[in-house]
Design a protein around this ligand. Sequence first.
Ligand code: ZN
Length: 434
Amino acid sequence: MSQIQEVKDANNIVEVVGEKIDLRPSGSSFKARCPFHSEKTPSFFVHPEMQRYRCFGCGATGDVLDFLQNYDGMTFYEALKHLADRASITLKDFNRTSEDEEREQLLGILNLAKEYYHYLLTKHKAGKQALAYLKDRGTNSQSIKLFYLGYSLQSWDGLIKYLHQKKKYPLDLIAKTGLIIRGKGGRYYDRFRGRLMFPLKNHRGQVVGFSGRLLDAQAKEAKYINSPETSLYHKSKLLYGYSELFREIRKSNKVVVVEGEFDVISSSQAHINDVVAVKGSALTIDQIELLARVAQTVILAFDQDEAGITACKRAITLIKDKDLDLRVIDFQSLNNLAKSKDLKDPDDFARQEPKLWRQAVDEAISIYSFLLNIAFASYDAKSPDGKRKIIDDLAPIIDGIDHLVEKEFYLQKLSEKLNVKLDLIKEDIVRVAK
Ligand code: ZN
């Protein structure tokens, strides 16, 4: 018997798939909403006697190894290794491809770097100032541990000394992680220097990159720098906090999407544990796919500047055909409640007004109401010109609402607020949307 067969036999596909998605018994098999295409009623089946899955909607089919490759983006070797480990089988003489080998080495390097930075922050005297900074802003030691925060030395070769001189990794290999940079003269130097370090993990919990924040707010360099795109780190696919908090997210069936690392950490300290961050406010389809796996309600907590509002509008088109309830935290009314204080982002709210922040999450409004409010705040609803601009702004959004009852609700609201007959509004919306 080949080792591949041995590993497959030792892992029940129903259990492996069931750890990832919500499987329900259906006759002699199990069914779920398909993770490989968007659908509202389940047509994805897992058959225990055949040890295979099959979707009648999109035709996806395969065995347990195929599932892990397609669902989790593992390579064949990674899937095999994952299942072997799961069943306590040692893989013998299995020929890995050179890409697999390199991938494993790069992940090893990134993991060592994570440990190194964390050690400097928590145990070494060089990290004292950074640690004091965290204490000062209220980041507690559980958070430091959960998110594995770290500190990079104010030096050109702190990490190089550790990874290359001590751990003997070749410099060109380390450079492939984005942690060090080759200068013009051919000398390598550390990318992250004198910064608070946030490990960035993919959805499987592997460290694939870092974000580094300067402590000194007056410094001339960029406040945040991130790992560059590498074979492992893809900014558009990463959600900060996802791997640490996805169990909480699944439990509450909702997720708050914020913009930065500290927004996540402070929110979780304020007992909002179903939270993730995108870097900036550009939510991508890959990120939506990840969120849709674990939650039905997605609450956007973006800056309400032009970029944030554009991101909200874009999110509407991204969730098309997905069974997601998209909501928005209305910072305008939140700020009115917080009155005197100057609170800018979720981090500020979570630290200074945790109760208010929890309330804001509970009372997040539908994305359509939010965009309606924005349009009415931007233009004069009494003038003909203002009315036209409001319709121009909202037509494509309201026309795109699939649910007819929901659509009618917003059309009526628009008719009342503009003081224009409902029939006319409907006609105009269809015309402009075209
Ligand atoms: Zn499918």
